[in-house]
Design a protein around this ligand. Sequence first.
Ligand SMILES: O=C(O)CCC(=O)C(=O)O
Length: 454
Amino acid sequence: MKRRPRYRDARHPFLVWWRCSAQRVRKKRRPPPNGYAGVRLGPGDAVPVLSSAIEPREFYDRYVATRTPVIVRGGLLRETMATLANDAVLHQVAGECVLNVETREGSESFGRGKKQSMSFSSLLREVSAGSTRHYLTTQELPELASGGEQLVAPPLTELAGCFPLRPPLLPTLVPQSINLWLGRADGSGASSGLHHDYHDNLYCLLKGRKSFRLFSPADAAHLYTHGELLRVHPNGRINYEGHPTAADGRSPDDERREAVQRARREQSEAEQALARAEEAEDNGEPGADEALEAAEQRLEAAMDAVMELEMPAAETARKRRRGQAATDAAAANGADGGDDNSPPPSFSRVVLTAPAAELRARFPRLQHARETRCELRAGDLLYLPCGWFHDVTSYDEHRALNYWFHPPDGESYDDPYSAAEFWEAEFKAASKPQRTMAQSGKKQNAGKKHGRRR
Ligand SMILES: O=C(O)CCC(=O)C(=O)O
């Protein structure tokens, strides 16, 4: 007769169900792995401020490698300031560009998905006349014929040569995009909302004043993001469920593409080695037979590797990266970029200006997060490593240029990426239109017309 399990029996259906549910709950409650290995700054820690020049290598070792936000007072290049902060230059060189500009009514916040198409000249005129209704934020990056996206969108496409594509302070980091931010805020300022980016940021303030409230990636689980956290990489790169990446932001498809590139390189080197071995054999050199056999085997292995890896991955990878870049730009804008206007994963549900009691009640984990604040004035730079949460409040007539860089996962200043060749190839393709434009004389024209110092 089949024994009927008693309540105390470990196989009792109720106990089995209970154990499984408890396991599920434990699994759900367990915070995702946070491997962030960089600096944290709390209320008592000021963001470091550099007031004199610093060598790029030292800057990298002290701040980039340790993932430390830092302000470089007056660090903006004089040439960049002289052109991009000058309305006359912008009207003349890029005034006709048609832009997609964020709009708002009254004191409502930006980032609600309301956009208006207008020329750059109209926007400049409105802002200079005192309007606080418009805000130029990231624009959709034009697609390259070869796939992928350009490094810059209008109006910066027209202003090639007015700013360096690779800022001299961070010459070894590879830019992912460069953006112009432009608007006006009245006395109380306009907030970006709390969010993080997926790339390292060099934020260059051309006009006005901006204050930043910052939290390190170590606090990701305390900041109630819209996305479900998957993991935080040692360099601060944050992944959400459904979108795993490597620490430098490569998607699984990118990683396969990079492996294909490496395998092709090996194949070409193996072909050259075989040619040398054949020549040695023709010349009757000692040991040539063995060398030839080894070279043939090497080439065979390399060809097998290429064949195995070469799959129709490139297209998928570009599409994925495009989706990721759109999310990043949308995150910084506080809008989503998706069809349903839902907030992006990297955006926090916390509105920092809400009353403290409300914040405590709605977001109890927020009390464990460590916040620091800093302020930028015109001419200053802020280096903000990826994954650092920031809420930016802009004041007066404000304007900024920002660089997003692929987050470094490598060893050092000279070797910041584990996939250096991959990122350099991406940059070369993305910046080609700008380099061509700058070479074709746009730079000289923009500079000469307005007496820019060189
Ligand atoms: O300046 C702003 O309004 C927001 C900038 C920002 O969030 C960013 O650069 O990531």
